[in-house]
Design a protein around this ligand. Structure first.
Ligand SMILES: CC(=O)SCCNC(=O)CCNC(=O)[C@H](O)C(C)(C)COP(=O)(O)OP(=O)(O)OC[C@H]1O[C@@H](n2cnc3c(N)ncnc32)[C@H](O)[C@@H]1OP(=O)(O)O
Ligand SMILES: N[C@@H](CCO)C(=O)O
Length: 351
């Protein structure tokens, strides 16, 4: 299903003060807004996904699943800078008549939320019953719950953090170094930096999965192999898979967005910012996540006023938030049955 496009006719101003004309936002909706306007589920997607959440979060979203279009009005918007319908570095700048590429303004998770707010207003959504996101999606959801505490009733934050860590920034910087080592990145063409992007994705994968994931899925069956290992072709395949559906410029900007994520900026610190959240909040950490270790979600749990916490015990690592839909469904079900503040939801074992 193609994304619908919302065209914003005013000038969009970024947190940095820079401006963009003719902002377009790609989005999907599923189901209908009910008469009481209280059935909205808003999904914030992560780094390279798109607004078709029914496609990439199968098992959680769709008829018969936890987020059910027959019951909920489900909305997902393609994030700023991403190439699935929203204005990105490959879009034409209406002022110059040329694609932006590296002239695209640098932006932040707060700018992403500002774009979501514009779309929510356009769709006449005044209240969001459940706002949910994992990873970069969780960073956006958290920002939104701080910026507009009254609009968000329930908040689900998965495998995410309040301030991007030096470790996460280092992973992103290594990926950008891979991209800029490919000099075609500076050519400003739609396929610029593709070899660099391929290498960058393989670096990222090492942070999304674990020693154990590779051990289980990429183990050689024979002791006699001396080259062309499964783990090697897997890396190469995954890098190319991203190149086939994404571009180096969007990737560059979106990794910078993650780096600058810090809910405490201009708000007297992270703890103070988190204390502003009014939503009933579920924080989920994944036991094997090396990119957003579980301590980061425990921190959120301790500082968000009405929070519950669940640990998802998965061998998939960070990407478990995209894969472990059955365990997530069980956790959500427990969470919505309780009103107890500070509850630790039973550990979910999947592997
Ligand atoms: C427009 C679009 O297409 S958007 C696509 C949606 N993407 C998103 O939403 C982004 C978020 N999603 C993701 O990051 C991923 O899809 C995840 C984490 C959910 C799952 O990752 P996957 O790559 O599907 O799973 P996994 O790591 O098991 O790899 C499976 C793939 O690697 C291939 N593979 C596995 N082992 C090897 C190997 N040794 N050598 C080469 N290829 C291999 C499989 O054949 C399979 O290929 P396919 O994707 O073409 O079917
Ligand atoms: N695998 C995810 C990033 C992990 O947060 C994506 O490609 O969007």
């Amino acid at each position: 299903m193609n994304a619908e496009i919302f065209k914003y006719t005013d000038t969009f101003e970024f947190e940095s003060g820079r401006q963009l004309e003719g902002l377009e936002i790609g989005f999907h909706t599923y189901g209908r807004l009910n008469k009481e306007k209280n059935n909205v589920v808003w999904v914030c997607h992560a780094l390279t996904a798109n607004s078709d959440v029914l496609d990439w979060w199968k098992g959680l979203v769709g008829t018969g699943f936890f987020f059910n279009p027959e019951e909920h009005f489900i909305v997902c918007a393609n994030i700023l800078g991403s190439p699935y319908g929203t204005t990105s570095p490959l879009s034409i700048n209406p002022v110059t008549g040329q694609p932006y590429y590296l002239a695209y303004p640098q932006f932040t998770t707060r700018d992403m939320v500002k774009a979501h707010q514009l779309l929510a207003d356009h769709l006449q959504i005044s209240n969001i019953n459940i706002l949910i996101g994992g990873s970069l999606g969780g960073q956006q959801a958290m920002e939104w719950a701080i910026i507009e505490p009254e609009r968000i009733k329930n908040l689900i934050l998965i495998a995410t953090n309040a301030k991007h860590s030096p470790w996460g920034i280092a992973f992103n910087e290594s990926q950008r170094l891979a991209i800029t080592a490919d000099r075609t990145f500076y050519a400003n063409t739609p396929d610029g930096g593709q070899k660099g992007l391929k290498a960058a994705r393989t670096i990222a994968l090492l942070s999304y999965r674990t020693y154990k994931t590779y051990g289980i899925t990429q183990q050689e069956e024979s002791d006699d192999v001396q080259d062309d290992y499964r783990a090697s072709t897997y890396q190469s395949y995954q890098g190319q898979k991203l190149v086939n559906r994404f571009n180096a410029y969007s990737y560059w900007y979106l990794t910078k967005v993650m780096d600058s994520h810090n809910v405490g900026r201009g708000r007297h610190g992270v703890d103070k910012a988190l204390s502003l959240i009014k939503a009933k909040t579920l924080v989920i950490g994944i036991s094997s996540d090396v990119l957003f270790p579980i301590e980061e979600q425990q921190y959120l749990f301790r500082h968000i006023p009405k929070a519950a916490f669940a640990e998802l015990d998965s061998f998939y690592g960070h990407d478990g938030f995209l894969i472990e839909t059955e365990a997530l469904t069980n956790i959500f079900t427990s969470f919505f049955k309780t009103d107890v503040k500070g509850k630790i939801i039973e550990l979910q074992r999947t592997a």
